[in-house]
Design a protein around this ligand. Structure first.
Ligand SMILES: [Zn+2]
Length: 291
């Protein structure tokens, strides 16, 4: 495996303590080579049960074990149905609590590099997980903690292509044939993801997945400019409501944007000493004290 850019003169052996923060079990397949190389601590918001009611955590746990990665403290914390419910109900305290917990774990584990879902406007769970991660990183920065290299990778878009953003510096991994074969085998044997895997392979070709890119994240909580409006998940929600499957449509402006505002307020509260991660700035903070 070739790593075009890791750290200045770093090798994989000297790579920083890494974490992966994703919405759903299965996202790790997109960066299977990096997973095996960086062996990150892995945080997953939901159990990936979607509308099937079947958790995907066991399948992901097996992949993590085979790659030498390990589960973090947030690991399938809620079902997808519960995530939609708290988003629709505007229960932002659930998310500030999760962001605080994530910030505490990243700090405690001395994580220096974190990768996570890109905000693509494709799935609200992905976008919300990106907001949680960016809020946690922003809070640690505001509290005076050591810098964390914050990176993203697409779940819906092509694996190694992204519209140029200002000052973008991607970490690029080129998998050799054996590493790509292991990745494709893991994806094809992952229970419940067959249609998604085949659709991605049909859209981009298997060879595209030999390149894994982790793009720099600099936009903080401002994801509104990164996604189409209305985002794809609103049209999908409208279809599901029309079919009688959902009762409400989850919308960016009504549900996701207000959460971003709340998370920004929470993250920056550390500056004024209202909140903080104990041990970063000397300001004691515990989950649930802010809201
Ligand atoms: Zn997903």
């Amino acid at each position: 495996m070739t790593v075009t850019r890791w750290f200045s003169e770093g090798t994989l052996k000297d790579s920083p303590r890494a974490a992966l923060v994703i919405a759903h079990p299965g996202h790790e397949l997109r960066i299977h080579g990096w997973l095996a190389a960086a062996r990150p601590l892995v945080f997953i918001l939901t159990d990936g049960s979607g509308h099937t009611g079947r958790s995907r955590l066991a399948a992901t746990s097996a992949i993590l074990a085979s790659c030498g990665a390990r589960p973090g403290s947030i690991y399938g914390r809620m079902t997808d149905a519960e995530l939609y419910r708290v988003l629709l109900d505007g229960r932002t305290e659930v998310f500030t609590g999760l962001a605080e917990e994530l910030a505490g774990a990243l700090h405690q584990e001395s994580v220096a590099l974190v990768a996570g879902d890109a905000a693509e406007g494709f799935n609200p769970g992905h976008d919300v997980t990106r907001l949680l991660l960016n809020a946690a990183v922003a809070q640690l920065r505001a509290a005076g903690g050591p810098p964390i290299d914050n990176r993203e990778f697409p779940l819906h878009g092509a694996p190694a292509v992204r519209a140029a953003r200002e000052g973008d510096a991607g970490i690029r991994l080129q998998l050799d044939a054996a590493a790509l074969a292991r990745k494709l085998a893991a994806a094809r044997s992952y229970p419940g993801l067959g249609p998604e895997v085949e659709s991605a392979l049909a859209r981009f070709g298997a060879g595209a997945f030999a390149t894994e890119c982790l793009w720099e994240v600099r936009y903080g909580l401002a994801i509104g400019d990164l996604i189409a409006h209305p985002p794809a998940y609103e049209a999908y929600g409208e279809e599901r409501v029309a079919a009688g499957i959902y009762r409400e449509v989850l919308r960016y402006r009504s549900h996701v944007a207000p959460l971003a505002v709340e998370l920004r307020a929470w993250a920056t509260a550390a500056i004024s000493g209202v909140s903080g991660v104990a041990g970063v700035s000397g300001v004691a903070g515990t989950a649930g004290t802010v809201r």
